[in-house]
Design a binder for this molecule. Structure first.
Ligand code: HEM
Length: 309
């Protein structure tokens, strides 16, 4: 009883920290993507400056300036944005371990789906997180990496195949969460393995009096854009535990694929809008896509209130 009580408090502390750091990360990501789309050529040309943007917020006026590659001299204080991503991953992984790995027999394994040994189910979960990043990174470095539409299509098909496969071996709720954790791991690894190293290399080049490599900057921007498109699908999956009608449905893998597309489509609509391009059909199509699927097809009864850990 004492251990269960402690687990509840730990769950609350980790979940709260995870949501706070997730908000900080996604908020920053949305803000900088918005800034990149809205920034316009400066009214008075400045050497090396690609664009500027004025804004007012919280009673203050701000002027943001974006350099084509980098300024001539680095300022004394340069703010980096990385701990939001790392902390989201660390707290998310700790929550995954607390709920699904340390109580694998209850939350990860469902004998009605597959009678796995808990240790095998944990192995599948961990392999999904690591494998997801390795496959995605390979795809980005292949020729597909230069073709965003094809990369997006292949990425979507692979993610759907992974969801389908996980739903054949894990409890359906755990399978959903693992797809979200896999995508979230890809996003955090993009920050850790590509975006921050590219930025660090550019800063070191400047400090050493060498011109920074603009190609590294572009690579970082591309991975940041991938992260931007993944945010809404990941957010849906993270809260999907409240909606047994999704993960408990006979067509749960197709519902996840549909909601993934709705999330990406909605993000795309906002990205187009930020660039001043109004699209009239994406949001209505996404809204139509959220039409409830027949409840009669539910295969797993929704859990009784209060049973979520
Ligand atoms: C883009 C990054 C992420 C965001 C914005 C995010 C957001 C969230 C939110 C808002 C919740 C609360 C859901 C609820 O209580 O209803 C949640 C839960 C959770 N997240 Fe994340 N998350 C992210 C990445 C990750 C990663 C990388 C992992 C694991 C490696 C992870 C693991 C979890 C787990 C295990 C839960 C609890 C799910 C459950 O109760 O069944 N998250 N996340």
């Amino acid at each position: 009883m004492e251990a269960e009580h402690l687990r509840q408090w730990l769950n609350l502390a980790l979940r709260w920290s995870h949501v706070i750091t997730g908000i900080a990360w996604i908020g920053t990501s949305f803000y900088f993507n918005w800034l990149n789309s809205r920034i316009a050529p400066p009214r008075v040309a400045e050497p090396g400056v690609a664009g500027e943007l004025w804004s007012v917020h919280g009673g203050g006026f701000y002027r943001m300036v974006k350099y084509s590659v980098a300024p001539d001299r680095l300022p004394e204080t340069l703010h980096w944005f990385k701990w939001e991503a790392y902390a989201t991953w660390i707290t998310g992984f700790a929550l995954l371990a607390l709920i699904y790995y340390f109580q694998a027999d209850v939350y990860l394994v469902d004998p009605r789906v597959a009678d796995l040994a808990p240790v095998a189910a944990v192995g599948i979960g961990l392999a999904t997180l690591a494998g997801g990043w390795l496959v995605y990174d390979r795809l980005c470095k292949s020729r597909l990496g230069k073709r965003p539409r094809q990369l997006g299509t292949v990425g979507f098909l692979v993610a759907t195949a992974v969801s389908w496969a996980l739903l054949q071996v894990l409890s359906s709720r755990a399978a959903y969460v693992h797809v979200g954790a896999m995508l979230g791991t890809i996003m955090a690894a993009n920050v850790f393995r590509v975006i921050i190293p590219s930025q660090r290399e550019m800063v070191e080049a400047m400090a050493g009096g060498r011109p920074p490599d603009a190609a590294r900057g572009k690579q970082a921007a591309l991975r940041s854009l991938h992260n931007n498109y993944l945010t809404l699908p990941v957010l849906f999956i993270m809260v999907s535990g409240h909606y047994a009608a999704t993960y408990g449905h006979a067509w749960n893998w197709a519902i996840l694929a549909g909601l993934f597309l709705i999330g990406v489509g909605t993000r795309h609509w906002f990205n187009l809008r930020n660039q001043g391009r109004r699209n009239v059909w994406i949001l209505p199509a996404a809204a139509a896509g959220t039409r409830p699927v027949p409840a009669a097809r539910c295969r797993t009864p929704p859990p009784a209130t209060g049973t979520r850990p």
